[in-house]
Design a protein around this ligand. Structure first.
Ligand SMILES: [Zn+2]
Length: 267
């Protein structure tokens, strides 16, 4: 009896240790605090017939390509204020892509807002003149697409914005620049104030198909059409790289948006 009792205790200890080990392996990691809080995936198939279980775990939600800014300061324009949506094109003017975008807008009889970069304006002033001549709005997008502009001293923020507006007005005397858009959307409250002091509204967006990362044309079309709501401000790019996908997407999404909401000029 006694040796058998010792054996049972020893076996119990072994199982206990093994159990602790398993528990240690399944302890939720700090970076996935909700992993064990959700119902076990193994319970679901009992309720609904499903094909053979997948060999891998459910893939986590795909992270955005560009990390979203943690918080946006108050006072940004993100919608048109009316039912119609607005198209905005960033990072030009570009000698290859901007004329083609302008051709499409003219053919579709819609106007857009171009968020232009100072050094590009200095190189291609005739394209800025064409934007204005064809009824489009201009938006200051910093002198050299400075992603950290908002984090610089206020005097530097102001000087950058003023210099960019001067380049725009050298291209188009007396041009109105009613908007400023921070590159990458990395706004700070300070630059919102400075932009307003210079007579520019801080223009953000509500639809971002991330066309800068060169997804395929159908992907750009789908992202815009799926995310568009009344009053949307849609972010796309006519500069900063090969914009073939954006250009090919434009006829499709422009006709879709015109039909569903109408496309308006920002004001
Ligand atoms: Zn940009």
């Amino acid at each position: 009896m006694r040796p058998r009792h010792v054996l049972a205790v020893a076996l119990g200890l072994v199982l206990l240790v093994a159990g602790c080990g398993e528990q240690a392996r399944t302890t939720p990691r700090a970076d996935r605090p909700t992993a064990t809080a959700t119902p076990s995936a193994s319970l679901a198939p009992a309720l609904t017939p499903t094909p053979a279980p997948r060999p891998t775990r459910t893939t986590p939600r795909r992270p955005p390509l560009r990390p979203k800014p943690t918080t946006l300061p108050a006072g940004l324009s993100r919608t048109t204020g009316v039912r119609g949506v607005a198209l905005t094109f960033d990072d030009g003017p570009d000698p290859t892509w901007t004329p083609k975008v302008l051709d499409q807008l003219r053919a579709a009889r819609v106007s857009a807002t171009f968020c232009v970069v100072g050094i590009q304006v200095r190189k291609y002033p005739a394209l800025v003149a064409r934007m204005v001549r064809e009824g489009h709005q201009l938006c200051n997008h910093s002198w050299r697409h400075d992603m950290d502009l908002g984090r610089r001293p206020v005097a530097e923020i102001r000087a950058d914005m003023v210099r960019t507006n001067q380049a725009i007005r050298a291209a188009v005397p007396g041009a109105k620049v009613p908007f400023f858009r921070q590159p990458g959307g990395r706004w700070t409250p300070e630059e919102v104030v400075v932009a307003r002091q210079l007579g520019m509204r801080p223009l953000h967006w509500s639809v971002d198909p991330q066309d800068w990362a060169k997804p395929t044309m159908p992907t750009i079309v789908h992202r815009v059409e799926a995310a568009a709501r009344p009053g949307a401000v849609i972010l796309m790019h006519d500069g900063g790289g090969d914009r073939g996908g954006t250009l090919a997407a434009c006829p499709h999404l422009i006709s879709n948006l015109k039909r569903r909401f109408g496309i308006v000029r920002l004001r």
